[in-house]
Write a protein that binds this ligand. Sequence first.
Ligand code: DON
Length: 582
Amino acid sequence: MKRPGPIVAALLLLAPAMLGAATPPPVTVTSRGLVVAAEGHAAEAGAEVLRRGGNAVDAAVATALTLAVTYPRAGNIGGGGFMIVRLADGTATAYDFRETAPAAATRDMYLDEAGKVVRHRSTRGHLAVAVPGTVAGLALALERHGSGRLSWAELIEPARVLAERGFTVTDAMAEDLRASIDLLGANAAARRIFLRNGHYFEDGDLLRQPELAATLARLQASGPREFYEGRTAELIAADMAAHGGLITREDLAAYRPVVREVLRGHYRGHELLTMPPPSSGGIALLQMLTMLEGHDVAALEPAGAPKIHLFAEVMRRAYADRAAYLGDPDFTQIPVAALLDRDYLSRRAATIDLARATPSREVGGGLAPARAPRPEPMETTHLSVMDAEGNVVSLTYTINGIYGSGVVAGETGILLNNEMDDFTARPGTPNAFGLVQGEANAIQPGKRPLSSMTPTIVLRDGQVFIVTGSPGGSTIINTVAQVITNLIDHGLSPQEAVAAKRFNHQWLPDAITHEPGFASEEAMAELRAKGHELRLRQLYPNDPPRWSGTQGSAETIVVDLASGQRIGVPDGRRPGTAAVAE
Ligand code: DON
């Protein structure tokens, strides 16, 4: 047996100092394949695929489809997302299966006659739904990279069986569903399936979803285009027409996932593979890391005021650019090279004053005065997979809000997204994540809304070192940046790097939002003295109290390159699980 490398040795020998969540789940160490996901049945479905000889892409597809059944707050076939695949031969591809605006969508569809954004119109009900991309995206990645050892129908089977036979609702899920009574209760099918018409689920009850099982069976029998051109498409379009939604059969038939070139960058000798637009995540992450490179972050206390100040200033500048320049590259000219130019970023970083906060109104982009974010429910989920051969998948997908738009499309059992809210409903008015956005992200038919999802793979010496990503809307990019710098700069163990308390600055509102206990009282006083406003992350109305104040959930894999051991690091902020293929 090989000697454990330094990371594994540290894990085995030390009780890790808990910098974050009270009791983070233990890490899982293996030399074989593993899946880290936010829910146990789904992680296990992926691990079983690996055991049966499937590769990381096969396993990611099975896990993602299972999450659509067992983690309906975010797992989905009614939403969209991004997936980065890096094969053991070094080739990497980005899959964009982001939702699109329906053909009948218009720029001002969420405004009233006075030009004001109508509350809930872009977040609840049929009008909030964008054309889903998940099924097409998973199928495309599978077609190009699947091992071929398991068929599409076999990869759907665990999800279908769990939908048909049911699975046991946990205490957390029961609490979660109750917290969403307003949203889910407004739609007849959602009320029946998820609220049992008022006989609310309790810990230990069985949740069966026979209609979703039937939809999955149709996908097995007829292939992925069934969703877009078959009975499922017909049912979705009919439900839309009956309830004032915009999505038609033509919109569904026209949906196509896009293969994009992975966005590559560097940080202190590591190579990063991340998501290009229509996610803002990759560009903003690389901008922040490049600005940080000019500073000796390793010399700073991980939770000290100088470090938090520096990071907040870097975040502020990247998010100002996000608002000004980013949108769907198929609709908007995005100056990617200019935004990532090292000279530009070093000039930008030179405007950081280490003694005081730069007010956001003085930082470019300057769209509108800061406003408090509207607290809205939100949910997305990330999964990381590595197989025994070293192929890896980093996949983040979403229905945007927790339980999306709250709409289950007729008898399909499919919970639909509310991704339309990620567009700029009106320049200058914050969306559900408090993001103030610009023209580049205005609504247009067929366009993809700008995202913050940041599935990322970090290489050290050409080898996979970190596979990570997170939910958390606008905070996602900052969560990923903190996980990466905790490992690379602060040398934290994988468990500590993921558990460490997080904070967020997104240009507007001009404040640092943070998890409870992210810094000492003294450090907080020092940050205030520099001019920062500090806001404890609030409990989103639909979030169960147990998740109060948390930022993201980075289901991560870290490889100990000295020993080759793969370390699965579920994030304790959600009931994350690592499942191993051995
Ligand atoms: O694409 C985006 O940036 C958002 N729709 C993601 C939503 C999200 O992460 C909510 N999660 N907690």
